[in-house]
Design a protein. Structure first.
Length: 232
């Protein structure tokens, strides 16, 4: 089950959510970093090698991708972005399909999961169409929701960062995006401190870990999410 995460506005916590989702998996996991922030969030040095973007804009075979993967720990691996950001209009739909196809093969071979951090902005339509689960990470912010609602890429679920003082509520977010809120995460200063110190994986609040793990498990059955009241 290849899961794509993105946000419509910067500072929404997409990389934190993607990283914790990968690390909290009970099975082997691979995080594909298209934004370039995963090493910094995890307190890792920047990989001195090409990565996903370098492969996407070239014409190499999918067999080359495994050579670009970096082991993070015994259960988690990362395909880094590489040496450059994604240039506009540089990648064909076929390259996205090949990348996701390779990710799906990796899942099957390792009996694991793949999480793609697409960062800020609308992900490529071909990338979104090829993935199984599409999560928009957002705050209850009118500007963010307006941009996301106008996008042709539709989420299958929403991870909502809850903040005190916001006028919009979970039900408003669901209606504006026509997608269930599958997880609500309170904005917690402890998370920012753990990211700043490079200790996200070891110091993230346990309740956030449990929330993401449950939400990802339920993603295979959206009807179950609604029945259990997670998106009520």
């Amino acid at each position: 089950m290849v899961t794509l995460l993105w946000s419509a506005k910067g500072g929404s916590g997409t990389t934190v959510v993607a990283s914790l989702l990968a690390f909290e998996s009970s099975c082997p996991s691979l995080i594909i970093d298209l934004d370039g922030d995963v090493p910094a969030v995890l307190g890792m040095p920047e990989p001195e090698r090409p990565g996903a973007v370098d492969w996407l804009v070239a014409d190499g075979a999918t067999s080359q991708l495994i050579d670009l993967v970096v082991d993070v720990d015994d259960n988690t691996a990362m395909l880094p972005r590489g040496r450059r950001p994604m240039p506009p209009l540089a990648c064909s739909p076929q390259r996205w399909e090949l990348l996701v196809g390779w990710a799906r093969t990796w899942e099957q071979r390792h009996d694991g999961i793949v999480v793609i951090d697409a960062g800020t902005g609308v992900p490529d339509a071909a990338l979104a169409a090829a993935t199984d689960v599409r999560w928009l990470v957002t705050r209850a912010c009118y500007l963010s929701l307006r941009g996301a609602a106008a996008s042709e890429v539709r989420p299958t679920g929403v991870v909502l960062l809850a903040e005190a003082g916001r006028a919009l509520r979970r039900r408003d977010v669901q209606r504006s995006l026509a997608a269930p809120v599958i997880a609500v995460i309170d904005v917690d200063p402890a998370v920012a401190r753990s990211v700043d110190s490079g200790l996200l994986v070891s110091r993230a609040p346990r309740w956030i870990r449990r929330t993401l793990q449950r939400s990802h498990r339920d993603a295979v059955d959206p009807a179950r999410v609604l029945r259990d009241g997670v998106a009520a």
